[in-house]
Design a protein around this ligand. Structure first.
Ligand SMILES: Nc1ncnc2c1ncn2[C@@H]1O[C@H](COP(=O)(O)OP(=O)(O)OP(=O)(O)O)[C@@H](O)[C@H]1O
Length: 361
């Protein structure tokens, strides 16, 4: 992890603490960011921006250390000033100097000299913007183009570490996805290590190499995207990342009984458990039985559809299990979505996660 020009610099945060008055924002945070893109995912107000500002050097921590590459920049004596940390910062929006054209914005942090305009062309190319935009003013660009210019400006001085604070939050859905992918490609091509702060789980899961889930000033789990979704460390992470039905059950070995019948478990468990079922694991099939009463056999468990959210490519429905209060979320293909009020059967496919509960409740 050396921090020579143009080289990726890993980030290590240990025991980081920060309060504003009586408000404890970061409460002993540990985070290791190797090469690649790490997404910090958390609800609004959980301390994401504060973490980035501490790493960038815009704020001083109350305790703990921050190491960028092989240099401790905070917590080990006199802090290294922001301008010497070799960190690029891409804020939420409105980041460009409105009175400078694209080229001057991108060149802002570069030393004067021959290489300056060549470097501007290089980074505009890296963020996939044509050189024809170089002399436009920021207001002549779309929101997505403006964010790419902001990234180009951050990348121009070849920082080892790039920090991005919700860089796509002001963009609409379609532009957000395209811009996100382009920014991720540019970050990978530049070889920089990057920390992307977001409260959008889709963005975190699709763009990052590792996702750090934050809540109330702490990290709940730091893992690759697939693991965060398929093997959440706690029911809290499962609920935060993707939809999930959580229901109580009783486990014995690799199975557990609950309102959805007998389900296979991903790992052994025994006694009272909290079971987590993803919507795509719940198949909805026509209810062939007649009369009341809960089926719990090959056809699954009878339920009534409460409501449907239609997304075009697929739909999510909520159904209440007959004679129970349990509401289950299912993702179903767009064709043949049952209407609210329909009686259906729910059958779980695959194995599910179960978290031990302390005792019967
Ligand atoms: N300079 C400050 N003075 C006082 N309180 C602050 C200051 N900066 C942040 N806070 C408080 O610290 C908490 C965390 O703020 P922060 O901006 O880090 O959260 P966040 O997770 O980035 O939120 P968002 O996603 O909404 O941007 C909030 O309660 C906020 O009000």
């Amino acid at each position: 992890m050396t921090a020579g020009p143009g080289r990726a610099a890993g980030l290590r945060v240990q025991g980081l603490r920060k309060s504003f008055g009586d408000t404890v924002v970061l409460d002993g945070v540990d985070l290791d960011v190797p090469d690649g893109i790490t997404a910090v995912l958390g609800a609004s107000g959980c301390g994401k921006t504060t973490l980035l500002r501490l790493v960038a050097g815009f704020l001083e921590p109350d305790g703990g250390t921050i190491t960028i590459g092989d240099r401790m920049v905070a917590g080990g004596g006199r802090p290294v000033p922001a301008r010497r940390r070799r960190v690029g910062y891409v804020p939420q929006e409105g980041a460009l100097f409105p009175h400078l054209d694209v080229s001057a914005n991108v060149a802002f942090g570069l030393a004067r000299g021959e290489r300056r305009s060549a470097r501007v062309r290089e980074v505009l190319d890296l963020v996939e913007l044509p050189s024809s935009v170089a002399h436009r003013q920021p207001h002549e660009l779309s929101g997505g183009q403006q964010q790419r210019v902001a990234l180009a400006r951050a990348l121009a001085p070849q920082p080892g570490l790039v920090l991005l604070d919700e860089p796509f939050s002001s963009l609409d859905a379609g532009l957000r996805e395209d811009t996100g992918r382009a920014v991720a490609r540019a970050l990978r091509a530049s070889g920089s290590t990057a920390v992307l702060v977001t409260h959008d789980q889709g963005e975190a899961l699709s763009l990052a190499d590792q996702v750090a889930v934050m809540a109330a000033g702490r990290f709940l789990q730091i893992s690759p995207p697939g693991e965060i979704y398929l093997r959440p460390a706690s029911p809290e992470v499962a609920a935060f990342v993707g939809h999930a039905t959580q229901l109580r059950g009783t486990a014995g070995g690799r199975t557990a009984r609950c309102d959805l019948g007998e389900l296979g478990l991903l790992a052994d468990a025994s006694g009272p458990v909290l079971i987590v079922v993803r919507p795509e694991q719940v198949n909805v099939i026509p209810d062939r039985s007649s009369g009341a009463g809960g089926a719990d056999g090959a056809d699954g468990v009878r339920a009534e559809v409460l409501d449907v959210s239609y997304f075009g490519h697929d739909a999510t429905l909520r159904a209440r299990i007959h004679d129970r209060d349990t509401v289950v979320i299912s993702r179903v293909p767009a064709g043949g979505v049952p209407a609210p009020g329909t009686s259906v059967c729910l059958r779980v496919s695959g194995e599910v996660l179960a978290f031990p509960l302390e005792g019967p409740r």
